[in-house]
Design a protein around this ligand. Structure first.
Ligand code: CAA
Length: 257
């Protein structure tokens, strides 16, 4: 019998969720989507967690949606099964998300990484949207996020051919923030996440919202939205602490207020 499909741990203000379904290359079954969503919701609600890392194993981040679970799914099933709820649930997470990718990130696995706010990849990582080879198209945001990050031409090639790209090319194209040597990917992702987790949490959440708004709005509306969020940040105790600490030449002690 397989155990829990995800494992969770915390390291210095960072919540780590690891997909753990090696027999199916971490394929995103309904159970995985549900467990992953629950773990992320719990970390997001925990004031002790300032950043969340989503990871797989050395061999595979995730091989995509579970093809075996999908094959016999009816239209009605597709509308109601957990993956339909998962993507908006992930998008609602206020805490920054870092994908730590080693090995394959394919289909829904690639989309899961792209839905995170930053990606740290092992040099062994391979990204791709092979849905077209199965007679479907990406359904977890792949066409939209790739087009926004890469531009239409490059996104079109990946989505229409299903071609996989290695970490170095993904980095060149701007999909991943940094590439590490084999074996160093998780520590590097946690280190990046800990840096974020040390920052004042309200400002971090406002900053995340502001950057994400750039994909959603026209520049003038985005600038106005940023200004409102900036004003909210000015209302926090943490910004008084941050500015006082700078002037008094000491380390700030942020309290999330
Ligand atoms: N769903 C269900 N089972 C999967 C799976 C998937 N996405 N990926 C792998 N598995 C299973 C295999 O069926 C196999 O099971 P059995 O032992 O019962 O035969 C087991 O995992 C091991 O797989 P492989 O022998 O293929 O392992 P490999 O190491 O040789 O290759 C791989 C790894 C390159 C990831 C390969 O498994 C693969 O190409 N997987 C499918 C990738 C894919 O097409 N993903 C897109 C899914 S559709 C999607 O994601 C839709 C969406 O956008 C939401």
């Amino acid at each position: 019998m397989a155990g829990e499909p995800v494992t969770v741990e915390t390291r210095g203000g960072v919540g780590i969720v690891r997909l753990d379904r090696p027999e199916a290359r971490n394929a995103l079954s309904p159970e995985v989507f549900e467990a992953l969503g629950e773990a992320i919701d719990r970390f997001d609600a925990d004031p002790g967690i300032g950043c969340i890392v989503i990871a797989g194993s050395d061999e595979v981040f995730a091989a995509g949606a579970d093809i075996k679970a999908m094959r016999d799914r009816s239209f009605q099933d597709a509308m109601t099964q957990p993956s339909a709820r998962f993507w908006p649930r992930l998008a609602a997470c206020r805490t920054p998300l870092v994908a730590a990718v080693s090995g394959f990130a394919l289909g829904g696995g690639c989309e899961l990484a792209l839905a995170c706010d930053m990606i740290v990849a092992s040099e062994t990582a391979e990204f791709g949207q092979p849905e077209i080879t199965l007679g479907i198209i990406p359904g977890g945001g792949g066409t939209q996020r790739l087009a926004r990050v890469l531009g239409k031409q490059q996104a079109m090639e990946l989505v229409l051919t299903g071609r996989r790209i290695r970490a170095a090319e993904a980095h060149e194209l701007g999909i991943v923030n940094r590439v590490t040597r084999e074996g160093e990917w998780l520590d590097a992702a946690v280190e990046l996440a800990q840096l974020v987790a040390r920052r004042p949490p309200i400002a971090v959440q406002l900053a995340k919202q502001a950057v994400l708004a750039a994909d959603e709005t026209a520049l003038s509306a985005g600038l106005a939205y940023e200004r409102r969020l900036f004003e909210l940040a000015m209302a926090t105790e943490d910004r008084v602490e941050g500015m006082s600490a700078f002037i008094e030449k000491r380390k700030p002690r942020f309290r999330g207020r």
